[in-house]
Design a protein. Sequence first.
Lengths: 295, 312
Amino acid sequence: MSPKHLSRDTKRFLWIGILPSALLYGLFVIWPAINALMYSFTRWDGLSTPVWIGIDNFVNLFKSGSDFVTAIGHNIYLTVIPGSIILTLALFFAWMIHLKVAGSTLFRVTFFFPNVIASVAVALLWVLLYSTTEMGPINNIRQALHMEKVPFLESARLLQSIVPMMVWSATGFYLVLFLAAMENIPVDYYEAAHLDGASPTLQFIRITLPLMWDVLTTGIIFLIVGGLKFFDAVWVMENGRPSPATHTMSSLMYAKVFEEYNVGYGTAIAVLLFVLVLIITRISMRLLKRERLEY
Amino acid sequence: MRGSFLEKLGTLVRTGVLGLWMLGVVLPMFWVLATSLKSTKEVTRSPFGIPDALAHPGAKTFAVIAENYTKAWVGSGFSAYFWNSLKVVSISLALILLLGSMAAYCLSRFEFRGRNVIYNAFVAGLLIPMQLILIPLFFQYADWSDVLTRSFAPVARMLQLGNLTVSLHNSHEGIILIYVAASLPFTIFTLTSFFGTLPGGVREAAMIDGASEARTFFSVMLPLAKPGLITVAIFNFLGLWNEYLFGIVFLADNKLKTLPLGLASISMQAQYKSDFGLMFAGLVITMVPTLVVYLLLQRHLTKGITAGAVKG
């Protein structure tokens, strides 16, 4: 329908339909996003007049030995290590379910459980699992095997301890995503490969992986972006006071702004996080999204 | 014969491996549930045994369960956290679905000047991390509260309300506005493509019958979009119910806190650290609502993920 043919009733409906969303979105997302860019070029304690300091905040972020450099390292750790385990396990389990097992729905549904639990609750659940008191199951098992108790939650060890938690809670989501992609591949391909004597492993490498490549890309982007934004578990497990040994970009941003009143510096972290999300989404799309295979 | 034996063995191994992972996923959750039925003394004495309340059901052991859950629900305010969550999330969801579906419908079914610009602006929001808008929103709310308070001051004087502070800060209204605005990109993106798949003639047919645009939308198009609305509702529900980062900034007041915020703040207070009964009961109260919603609607949720996966 071309614009000229819109009746008065239609025009009114379009205004009523779009304006409220556009206003809310403009006032509560776009406007703060623009403000964030402005803040990041200032020195500001949140009360006095902000002082324009150009790119000083960004320069300071990358000074060697700054808390931010350490924090971004933690984000990379929490992206790469759990991410690769999650990816491998999700593909592996999805493939096993795809090869037909009894109770596949039961597996799919229960594997997804941890994903719907609040990240705060997941973090607290793991705090209890890791507990060094009498009721901590993991340390109890260690003792039964005549191993030392391990203070899994101390700052120096926390990031390592978060890895199993992330694997536990996220694998189900990626499994469902990958399984859907696998089941979308026509059976004929496998039948043809089977007739040619291709083993299931070969079928997986030659048929399944290439044909689900774009879903795999989506999964990898989700994992990276999630790793960059990581906040909740570190915050809860450190009782709201992460140390430089455990800060991620988000928690450092929070501490800088709301505890040290260094608003410009903290916002610069947020801006950098945004830029990283943009760059990584673009690069992953380019690198991983090869020619889309049509079938 | 040999092939079928190998096949059977393969299936058995696969089921075994999957079963092991299932145990790993479910056992910690059962452990939490079981422990929430024990008194703190029982937790220390037999942390992994079957709870007395189940092994020897009776008034005395049931009292333990009642005590844990009363302590959490009444004593530590989990009932308030629960109702706050329910209020914030349901109002947000209603607004998201109403506003998002109207905007998506307009953007997908009509050609008008500026349509692509508006659509692209919304979709660009998918790439904005919430961290980016968190800090400016905090100061934006502080500024607005000055303006609002000053403009309401005459009214407050007239009604003799004293020094009335009107603020979006530390209020459910304030965080609902943020939740709705921040959920619009995903909602509009998903629903625009969903409305695009509906048959084109339906709207025209309704219009010929003399229905207005609004009537056509609400009584013809919206019901057709139900599957899409359900998908969007589930994802937004889970995201908002579990939201934490905005909550700690905008709902600092204990009586305004939602479940994740309440659970986190109780778990951080030293005096509760060894009150296992309370802690586990609180954890169960926080976990159960989303698990129930998931179990009831898991088919739709899987379909939503599947649709996304297939589209790529």
